[in-house]
Design a binder for this molecule. Sequence first.
Ligand code: COI
Length: 365
Amino acid sequence: MSPLSFPQADATRRATDDERAAILAAPGFGQHFADFMAHARWNAEGGWGGDELVPYGPLSLDPATAVFHYAQEIFEGLKAFRHEDGSVWTFRPEKNAERMQASARRLALPELPTEDFLASLRTVTAADEPWVPAVDPSAEHSLYLRPFMFASESFLGVRASHTVDYYVIASPAGDYFPRGVEPLVVWISDTYARAGAGGTGAAKCGGNYASSLLGKKEAAEHGADEVLFLDSETHTRIDELSGMNVFAITADGRIVTPELSGSILPGVTRDSILQLAADRGLAPAEERLDMSSVLDQVTSGDIVEMFACGTAAVITPIGEFRSKDGSWPVGGGGSGEHTLALRKELTDIQYGRAEDRHGWLTRLV
Ligand code: COI
């Protein structure tokens, strides 16, 4: 039954004011969770229903629940930002709703209508409003919203689940990377691919992230912060990092990101950067990026800046590439001028410090 309104049954909070204040002083990323979560259930006969707002807590699931076995699961990531007047806003949520619908189609899950997706974000953020960090331009904290949907039928046959559960949880967030906005060292993986042609690379499903983990482990073993995956067929073209898109800026003012080949996630931050870069007079392009040519251009100085981007990572400079064949400092290894300016402009819009000239903000509370 749609539209969903996620009524609240039990208003018990988990954290005291002091506990919450201690967490909000240094939230990290993905370590602490707000008091309430939204939930709805879908079944093949009745569609979506059972919507409720419940205290955050463990789920009790049958060991035969399909998601444990066949990974039929998708998720999203957005942030809620506190503005100076106390109001709380999020960034381009319709894009996340549409992407979740596209992910659902690919994973044979039911599509959640955009109005229900937005209702779930509003309801959780309103209930968890004390968890939205206060305005602090030096810290840029937010409340990270994580909608997710999974196959909840207890059945071991391989087919699309007849029951599906949807939740939204909220987590106060600081910097995604432990070193903050310091330039990343990125390991180029020529061993593993994240996604292949015809696969699920363009969907935001847990399996893509699971397949990135060994590459991330390999990166860490080589002292790198992140791993860059190449295309699975030729191992020559740049795809993306473990959970972020990638951009290069050239000395002659082009800003280039890999085209949406079907194995790359269509990032909301990626899309917004293409627009903001054009506004700044850079020439945006989405095209195939050949890894060895990029390294040559990094060495020659034709590429002056590179960065990673995503909701969680925002815009984080890449200071060095590493592989088993060597290492390549990017633009002298520091944080590029355009990279930091784009990051500032994006976050200024998100926190209400700059005009929302593209109409990207939606008020939640
Ligand atoms: C996000 O940026 O929201 C993601 O889902 C990626 C993950 C690395 C946290």
